[in-house]
Write a protein that binds this ligand. Structure first.
Ligand code: ZN
Length: 430
């Protein structure tokens, strides 16, 4: 991607995050619907509503949570914590409360971060009926003895779990899955960066012809992927490659977490793209925690789904705090994450296997004008690419195998394969 294109895309991704930032999302409720509604302005997302109480694998779709207002008033009647100022102030899934409590009791329902006294933590109480507030540690330290008025105007009722799905049909029914979670409130990197990059990837892929079909899921974390897997058990065999996108807007090095399989084609594709990106990157092994890759990679499904991120789950200080805000994500990083994913998809699209049509001895390339045909900046590497492709095109090796074994970049290998096929020296294996 050109620098100018990248800058304009980065800005669009960032502006999309700005629009989504104020919404109070949770694993169910109107915040998720509003979020999916904004994504629908970018791509024709299909919305699914799954009723509370529906059994999904070993789980049950929970009650739906909605909230209108919440605050704590000090003994003098002044608001000291106000949901309307930040939705992080209320523990997600808090049951409705309206009462006066003494400071001691109140403190049992308050969460702070003593190590980062100015930040507000993000907490949830999804699967136990409880209530609570999150605030900065400095605010907590200022509280004096007395009776505090607490109000949480929420409801937890039978309703539904909402998720969004967008399917782009390719020339084959083999699918690439892209999944991101939509259940975190005002947190930019963990949640909104993945949503923005996924939506724009979908938008760009819908405009081109692809070999693979692409399935994009915008779902609440854990319960969303479990619900989708439960409702689509027969469809999952179409998924040939997949990636979960999260925390793709912060300034940490790009990180790819391998799928449970460890060396699936998607794993090798990400490793290749990161290795040849010219910048530092991390590749980490699968572990059964983190994001939805652990549901897709549960043993009964064992799908080749990795996770692409920058900052890693729970390992950066801003994680799940008010510091994961609009300053924490950067337009240029969002654009870079987008472009790395596009490179990976392009690699998968073109990772074909060929058969050398002149396999006995090296065919004479000069007389076919092939050395000039691909030229490029690094003539020696281009020539090596031609020789590697010819040598390994025995029907057993795809172009990614050639790229890995030669140490050359996939693009160069693909250009060489195109030139050789054009000269009649290669045929794609059917
Ligand atoms: Zn999270």
């Amino acid at each position: 991607m050109l620098t100018k294109e990248k800058a304009s895309l980065g800005l669009k991704l960032y502006q999309f995050i700005e629009k989504l930032y104020p919404i109070c999302r949770s694993i169910t409720g109107n915040g998720v619907r509003e979020t999916l509604g904004l994504i629908q302005k970018e791509i024709p997302l299909a919305l699914h509503e799954v009723p509370s109480g529906t059994p999904v694998l070993d789980w049950t779709v929970p009650k739906e949570w909605n909230i209108r207002d919440a605050f704590i008033k000090d003994p003098k009647g002044g608001k000291i914590v106000d949901f309307k100022k930040s939705n992080l102030h209320v523990v997600s899934y808090s049951i409705p409360v309206r009462k006066k409590v003494a400071l001691d009791e109140l403190k049992r329902h308050l969460f702070t971060l003593p190590d980062h006294p100015d930040w507000v933590p993000y907490r949830t109480a999804y699967y136990k009926e409880d209530w609570g507030f999150c605030l900065s540690h400095r605010e907590l330290e200022r509280l004096k003895e007395g009776d505090y008025e607490v109000l949480i105007d929420s409801d937890l009722k039978n309703g539904s779990l909402t998720y969004g799905e967008y399917f782009i049909k390719g020339s084959t029914s083999d699918e690439i899955l892209v999944s991101c979670h939509v259940c975190h409130p005002s947190l930019c990197d963990d949640n909104l960066s993945g949503i923005a990059v996924a939506a724009y990837l979908a938008k760009s892929l819908s405009k081109i012809r692809t070999r693979y079909s692409y399935r994009f899921l915008f779902i609440p974390g854990t319960i969303g992927s479990i619900t989708w897997l439960a409702l689509n058990e027969l469809r999952v065999k179409q998924i040939k490659h997949g990636v979960v996108l999260t925390c793709v807007g912060d300034e940490n090095h790009p990180t790819y977490k391998r799928s449970r399989r460890g060396n699936a084609e998607i794993d090798r594709a990400f490793v290749h793209v990161l290795k040849h990106s010219g910048a530092d990157a991390n590749v980490i092994d699968f572990f059964p925690y983190g994001y939805d890759e652990r549901q897709y990679g549960s043993p009964g499904f064992n799908l080749p789904v990795g996770c692409f991120m920058r900052g890693q789950h729970g390992k950066f200080p801003e994680y799940h705090t008010s510091a994961d805000n609009l300053q924490f994500v950067k337009p240029e990083i969002l654009a870079d994450s987008f472009s790395k994913c596009r490179s990976v998809f392009e690699l998968l699209e073109y990772n074909r296997t060929y058969i050398n049509q002149s396999p006995k001895g090296e065919p004479k390339l000069g007389k076919r004008g092939l050395y000039q045909a691909i030229g490029g900046v690094d003539r020696q590497a281009s020539e090596m690419a031609l020789l590697w492709v010819l040598n390994l095109s025995d029907g057993d090796h795809g172009l990614l195998d050639v790229a890995e074994r030669s140490g050359l970049k996939f693009d160069l290998i693909k250009t060489a394969a195109d030139a050789l096929a054009g000269a009649g020296l290669l045929k794609e294996k059917s």
